[in-house]
Design a protein around this ligand. Structure first.
Ligand code: F42
Length: 145
């Protein structure tokens, strides 16, 4: 079993601790927004360590949509590169936990469809896209394989 390295961002590490420590019954929303969050457990591509990344919950017909927005920052979050290197993740959605494979969506019509669902779930994603020059990557985690 690999070592777990918490996020260097304290508010993120604290949310993970509360969410996972409570078995998915506490800390399951983003701050004051009340909007639901999932925890994605993945592997660091250089350290091989276990990393845990909270993301907003956006779902298309039972499949989770993962949006690498990082608040509209100019660079992709590091977890984007970790997922490209190893797409096998665990997703915790409150008390439900799934082992699942993710893939990046680049086909434009499918990406637009998933993007629209993600923005409906979390409207600030659109503001983040508008303020950055990069095209925000989107992954899908398909429950059925
Ligand atoms: N971020 C999003 O992008 N989208 C969301 O929808 C989102 C929602 C959300 C909700 C709640 C919450 O608490 C946080 C939320 N975040 C969301 C923030 C998200 O959880 C991440 O913190 C954020 O996207 C930044 O991701 P990051 O992977 O860049 O994390 C940074 C802080 C981090 O952990 N950096 C590490 C570090 O030490 O600087 C690197 C960790 C790492 O993966 N290292 C790799 C390794 O091998 O271990 C090496 C990677 C390499 O290539 O160098």
């Amino acid at each position: 079993m690999s070592k777990y390295i918490p996020s260097p961002a304290n508010w993120v590490a604290e949310q993970v601790e509360l969410y996972e420590g409570s078995g998915g019954t506490q800390g399951t929303t983003l701050k004051d927004s009340g909007l639901p969050v999932v925890i994605v457990t993945l592997r660091g591509r250089k350290t091989g360590a276990v990393r845990k990344t909270p993301l907003m919950r956006a779902v298309d017909d039972g499949n989770y949509i993962l949006v690498a927005s990082m608040g509209g920052a100019p660079k992709n979050p590091v977890w984007y590169y970790n997922l490209k290197a190893d797409p096998n993740v665990e997703i915790r959605d409150e008390t439900n936990v799934f082992d699942i494979r993710v893939r990046e969506i680049s086909v434009s019509n499918e990406k637009q469809r998933l993007w629209d669902i993600a923005v409906a779930a979390y409207p600030p994603y659109q503001e983040y896209q508008d303020k950055t020059d990069r095209v925000i990557p989107v992954f899908i985690a398909e429950q059925s394989s």
